[in-house]
Design a protein around this ligand. Structure first.
Ligand code: IMP
Ligand code: MG
Length: 182
């Protein structure tokens, strides 16, 4: 894939992200004090956010990952496919789903239903990024890092066709040049 990252625009610097993730960690630590939550990170996008968020906590917790696929290139397929399930027993536990970004909301809608089917004690959702102009949900997102406009972003775990997850800041990207969108 060829992509001209010269046109990328900084949206959130590593410092801005770090400050906000620490604030989220503090809020979650207060609310979940002595509730021994299980954090479930949604792979691949949440892996960096999950690592930083958990290291900012001051409470005991457990963690697991689930892997879904809902995106091809820049276009949502509208379909969500389960690729790797959780192994933790979540019945009667306090669950926090950790997502990198909520765009249409299809992924989180699918997962929320799946988690509720396993009878947790409680379920909340933490996302680093949220696109309020795109999302259509009939439930609240409990912890939001930043609200953003409907542009496509990469970095800090977020990819375009699996690339750019390693960048420590978050960037907006323009229309890709010679990109493979399939
Ligand atoms: P949703 O199901 O439309 O809410 O999309 C959720 C998934 O799409 C996220 O977990 C991301 O993997 C991916 N996604 C949505 N918007 C972006 C973006 O701007 N950059 C990178 N990935 C995105
Ligand atoms: Mg993705």
């Amino acid at each position: 894939m060829t992509y001209d990252l010269k046109n990328k625009k900084l949206l959130f610097s590593a410092d801005q992200i770090n400050n906000r993730v620490c604030e989220m960690g503090r809020d979650i630590s207060e609310i979940y004090f002595e509730r021994d939550p299980i954090f479930i990170g949604i792979l691949n996008g949440s892996f960096i956010f999950m690592a930083d968020l958990l290291r900012s906590l001051t409470i005991d917790c457990e963690m697991d990952f689930i892997k879904l696929k809902s995106y091809i290139g820049k276009e949502s397929t509208g379909l969500v496919e389960l690729i790797k399930d959780i192994s933790a027993d979540i019945k009667d536990r306090n669950i926090i789903l950790v997502e990198d970004i909520i765009d249409t909301g299809n992924t989180i809608k699918f997962l929320r239903k799946k988690i509720y089917d396993s009878s947790p004690k409680s379920l909340s959702i933490a996302t680093l990024l949220y696109k309020p102009d795109v999302v259509k949900l009939d439930f609240n997102i409990d912890f939001i890092g930043f609200e953003i406009s409907p542009e496509f972003v990469v970095g800090y775990g977020l990819d375009f066709n699996q690339k750019f997850r390693h960048l420590d800041s978050i960037y907006r990207i323009d229309k890709p040049i010679n990109a493979n969108l399939t």
